[in-house]
Design a protein. Structure first.
Lengths: 117, 231
C-alpha cells in the first residue's frame, strides 16, 4: 500500500521538472556530457580530448535514438565538421544531411557552410 | 494520513521550487518584439570580451549552445559557427559586432543573432576572503528588422573565502582562500549565468511552453550588471 503513493510521488516529481530528471531537457533533448567534453577539448586541445568529444557526440546520437528523441540541434553538424577535418567529405555530407533532415530550418545555414567550407 | 501530508508538502515544494519571489514582470511585457517575431534559428556569435581574461570567450563558447537549444531554438554548434566565420575572415567578437544583423540573415539564413559580451571574468583576493565573478550581457537581434528582441545581463559571484574556523586557523584560512580563488573554474559559473538568462527568454518553438509563457513572471533584468546571485 505504501509503495503506490511513492510511485505517484516519484512521477509527480518528474513532471514538475525541477532537475529531477536531468538527462532530458525541457525541449526533449539528451545531451550526455556534451558541454563538458567540449570544454575539455577547448581548454586543452589534443588528440585525447578531441577523440573523447567526438565519442560523446556519437554517444548522444546513439542514446537519443534509443530514447526515441530528436538528436539535439547542431550535434550532427558538429560531427560533420570534425569528419571534414579528418578528410572524409562524403561521410561529412551524410552528417550535414542528417542535420537538415532533423531540423529543416537549418537548411539555409548548413548549405552556406558547405558552400564556403 | 501522514504519508499523504508528506506527499502534499513535497508536491508544493517541487511545484514552487523553480522560482524565487522577487520583483517580477511578465515575459510578454518585457519582450513584446520577441513574441511578434519569434525567431526559430539563432546564430551565436563569438563573445566580445570586456574582461581582462584573454581566454574567456574561447572557454565561454563551450557553454552557450546547449541551454539556448534547451530554451527551444535551433542553434548551430558554436564550433561550426566559429569555423565558418573564420573562413570568412571574421575571427573575433569585436570584428563581428560591427556587422549589422541583417548581413547574418543573408549569409546564414538565421532569424536572429545573439551578441554575447563577457563583462566580468575575474577573481578578487583579499586577506580574509575572495570571490570569482562572471558577468555576461546578451543581445538578441532580428536579422529582418535589426531590432533588439531580447536583452539580458547578469552576473554570478562565487565566494571563495576559506573557512576561518578550520584547523589551520587564520593562516590556514588565508591559504585556503588563496588556493580556492586561484583554482576556481570560471566555466561552471558561466553556465549558471547562462541558465539564469535563458530562464528569462521567451521560449522557442521546440520548448513545451512555446507561446504559452508570455504571462510567466520573470525577474526584471537590470540595465547595469548589479543583479547579484551570491552563492
Amino acid at each position: 500500500m505504501i509503495k503506490k503513493p511513492l510511485l505517484v510521488l516519484t512521477a509527480l516529481m518528474g513532471l514538475s521538472g525541477c532537475a529531477l530528471s536531468p538527462t532530458i531537457s525541457q525541449s526533449g533533448y539528451y545531451w550526455g556530457n556534451y558541454s563538458h567534453t567540449l570544454y575539455d577539448y577547448k581548454k586543452s586541445p589534443d588528440d585525447k580530448t578531441r577523440t573523447t568529444h567526438i565519442a560523446e557526440l556519437n554517444s548522444i546520437i546513439q542514446k537519443s535514438k534509443e530514447l526515441n528523441l530528436k538528436v539535439p540541434p547542431g550535434i550532427y553538424a558538429e560531427l560533420g565538421m570534425y569528419t571534414i577535418e579528418d578528410g572524409n567529405q562524403a561521410k561529412a555530407n551524410e552528417y550535414f544531411n542528417l542535420e537538415i533532415g532533423t531540423y529543416p530550418e537549418s537548411k539555409a545555414m548548413i548549405n552556406q557552410i558547405l558552400k564556403k567550407g | 494520513m501522514r504519508i499523504l501530508l508528506a506527499m502534499l508538502s513535497m508536491i508544493v515544494i517541487f511545484t514552487s521550487g523553480c522560482a524565487g519571489i522577487q520583483n517580477k514582470v511578465s515575459k510578454g511585457e518585457l519582450y513584446p518584439e520577441m513574441y511578434r517575431e519569434m525567431p526559430k534559428t539563432i546564430l551565436v556569435l563569438p563573445a566580445v570580451n570586456h574582461s581582462t581574461a584573454a581566454d574567456a570567450p574561447h572557454l565561454y563558447s563551450s557553454t552557450v549552445a546547449q541551454p539556448l537549444a534547451n530554451a527551444g531554438f535551433y542553434v548551430l554548434s558554436t564550433e561550426v559557427t566559429k569555423n565558418f566565420l573564420a573562413n570568412e575572415g571574421l575571427f573575433s567578437g569585436e570584428q563581428l559586432s560591427a556587422v549589422p544583423p541583417q548581413k547574418f540573415g543573408e549569409a546564414f539564413g538565421a532569424d536572429a543573432v545573439l551578441y554575447v559580451t563577457i563583462e566580468k571574468w575575474d577573481s578578487k583576493y583579499y586577506v580574509l576572503g575572495g570571490n570569482v565573478t562572471v558577468g555576461i550581457s546578451y543581445r538578441l537581434k532580428s536579422t529582418k528588422s535589426g531590432s533588439e528582441l531580447w536583452v539580458y545581463a547578469n552576473e554570478v559571484v562565487l565566494d571563495t573565502s576559506g573557512d576561518s574556523n578550520n584547523s589551520g586557523g587564520l593562516l590556514g584560512a588565508i591559504i585556503a582562500t588563496a588556493i580556492k580563488t586561484a583554482t576556481q573554474d570560471y566555466v561552471p559559473i558561466a553556465r549558471r549565468v547562462n541558465n539564469l538568462a535563458l530562464n528569462n527568454i521567451p521560449f522557442g518553438g521546440y520548448h513545451k511552453l512555446y507561446n504559452k509563457d508570455d504571462k510567466t513572471l520573470v525577474v526584471v533584468p537590470k540595465d547595469k550588471l548589479n543583479s547579484k546571485d551570491v552563492q
